[in-house]
Design a protein around this ligand. Structure first.
Ligand code: GLN
Length: 538
């Protein structure tokens, strides 16, 4: 018998119902009961990972400590659970096929015809169980991306069907997340789409054990009974998930609905500990009852789609709540900012952040923004490309290096203050080849970063190809911008600051990936506090 229990979360009717949040909320409740839980996501697309996907297509690419470029749901898992994820927590169809094809070339299936069933499904089943077999977890929750009924989801549904059978009774449970739409004209909640999506699953041999029903309206008992009858589950296995004010309410809603209890019952797990969510609820309470307010402008080029900056948005919530400050984020398109309109565009901001990004589009607006923040003493935080732009702005406007830029934007620059990293020069493949994952950084004691972290050696996650060109370091430092964080092994500049400015800190790494509900990121906390001070001083 397996030691680890498996929970599968599938989706029906439509995408964007929030499978990731439901999975993370269930995991949180089980964790509160004392279980060791992890969550993984299987994505049915052919890309090996989302690293090569445009943020407009797929939202933010989340990066793990071990350098995996992953789906943004992994960010939710880490933020909810405070447990690190890794490469094993996100698998795509591309990766599954790549590995099966590699094995075929090595001759591992010699003589056999390699097929979706059993070779692809075996590979999926193996990968589902990797974390479970590590012995580190009591429960592994596996979220299947996409919607049941999609052509590309079929091998996953079949793998889950086989695996639940192989694991045997009480070792696996399937939760199907679905939508119960409300027809205003009829004044009715409709169960038919759910019935159809469950029938589709059943045609593939998989019967959900639990239905989690998203709805804008209260789901009365008679609707639950109807759903139970037509979907082959018990009435108590129909859980409603009404729209919440914030995603951070969902663990409480699921606790109230007893999702953890039905899951444990089906897995024959006896737990005497009730989830209390004490620390969690302190966070929610502070988040909902702030004493102060700041308005922070985030300047980026993917602002139409806020999912593109998911971790940044969440990091502001964590930091703000910890200080009882409501952080209102104003998302501003970098392409729309120019010398003429800048004062109007950035008027009334308590703090300014320039976001990460790739390519030349919108960079001049970012540079104008940084100049404005620097000259007007407005707290400024730059992340990755935002840091590189801060160096360029300073080089151009303070050091006097006219036309300074990054070689990412133009070749043959007179002042390439941001340059391709040495080990990137030979790289030709685009996928998974950036400087990725956690790297160490040593902070100068006499810096704002050190004050924020209260630590000399930090570790932060990266995702970039370009770096601060150290040939210009002396000139830039003499003019007043200091490199206050350095990678001790490579000498790479990780943090720059302007000590004469009230709060100007820009980092090559991505602090947002490590912020969690219970551990807000120190740099975000410090930035939010500096922004409040800026408002109060006026
Ligand atoms: N485009 C920049 C680089 O590759 C910055 C990347 C980022 O902001 N994540 O170095």
């Amino acid at each position: 018998m397996a030691n680890t229990k498996y929970v599968f979360v599938t989706g029906g009717v439509t995408s964007s119902l929030g499978k990731g949040i439901i999975a993370a909320s269930l995991a949180k409740l089980l964790q509160e009961r004392g279980y060791r839980v992890t969550i993984q996501k299987f994505d049915p697309y052919i890309n090996i990972d989302p690293g090569t996907l445009n943020p407009y297509e797929h939202g933010e690419c989340f990066v793990t400590d071990d350098g995996a470029e992953t789906d943004l749901d992994l960010g939710h898992y880490e933020r909810f659970l405070d447990v690190r994820t890794s490469q094993a927590n996100n698998v795509t169809t591309g990766r599954v096929y790549q590995s099966v094809i590699d094995k075929e070339r090595k001759g591992e299936f010699l003589g056999k015809t390699v097929q979706v069933v059993p070779h692809i499904t075996n590979e999926i089943k193996d990968r589902i169980q990797i974390l479970g077999k590590s012995g580190n977890y009591d429960v592994v929750i596996t979220e299947l991306g996409g919607t049941v009924g999609d052509i590309e989801s079929l091998p996953y549904v079949e793998s889950v069907r086989q695996l639940t059978w192989e694991l045997g009774e009480h070792n696996a449970v399937v939760i199907h997340l679905t939508l119960i739409p409300y027809l205003a004209a009829a004044g009715e909640l409709k169960t038919k789409p759910t019935q159809h999506s469950v029938k589709m699953m059943m045609q593939n041999g998989l019967n959900p054990d639990i239905l989690v029903c998203r709805s804008e309206h209260f789901i009365p008992d008679e609707i639950k009974r109807k759903l139970a009858l037509f979907c082959n589950v018990q009435k108590e296995d129909v859980i409603s998930s009404l729209d919440a004010e914030t995603i951070y309410d969902v663990p409480n809603l699921m606790l109230h609905e007893g999702l953890d209890k039905v899951v444990l019952k089906k897995l024959a797990m006896t737990s005497t500990k009730e989830p209390k969510l004490i620390e969690w609820n302190k966070f929610v309470e502070k988040h909902k009852n702030p004493l102060h307010k700041v308005k922070i402008g985030v300047i980026g080029k993917y602002v139409e789609l806020q999912d593109a900056y998911k971790s940044i948005a969440e990091a502001f919530i964590h930091a703000g709540s910890s200080q009882r400050i409501k952080v209102k984020v104003e998302w501003i398109h970098s392409e729309e900012i120019n010398q003429e309109n800048i004062t109007k565009k950035l008027h009334g901001l308590s703090g300014i952040m320039v976001a990460p990004g790739f390519g030349n589009r919108g960079t001049e607006g970012k540079i104008e923004t940084i100049k404005y923040a620097r000259e007007n003493n407005i707290p400024f935080m730059g992340i990755c490309l935002g840091m590189q732009m801060a160096v360029i702005e300073f080089a151009r406007n303070v050091v006097g290096l006219d036309g300074a830029n990054s070689t990412e934007m133009f070749d043959n620059l007179k002042y390439p203050v941001i340059n391709l990293m040495q080990d990137q020069k030979e790289v030709t493949d685009m996928g998974g080849t950036m400087r990725l994952g956690a790297w160490g950084c040593q902070l100068d004691h006499d810096s704002k970063a050190y004050k924020a972290y209260n630590q000399t050696i930090i570790s932060e996650r990266h995702r970039h190809r370009y770096e601060f060109n150290s040939n210009f370091k002396e000139q830039i430092e003499t003019a007043g911008m200091k490199a206050t964080g350095i990678n001790p092994k490579t000498g790479l500049v990780e943090v720059v600051e302007i000590p004469s400015h009230p709060w100007f800190v820009a980092v090559q790494y991505h602090p947002e990936y490590k912020s969690t509900v219970l551990n807000p990121h120190p740099l975000f906390v410090d930035f939010v506090n500096a922004s409040l001070e800026h408002v109060q001083s006026k």
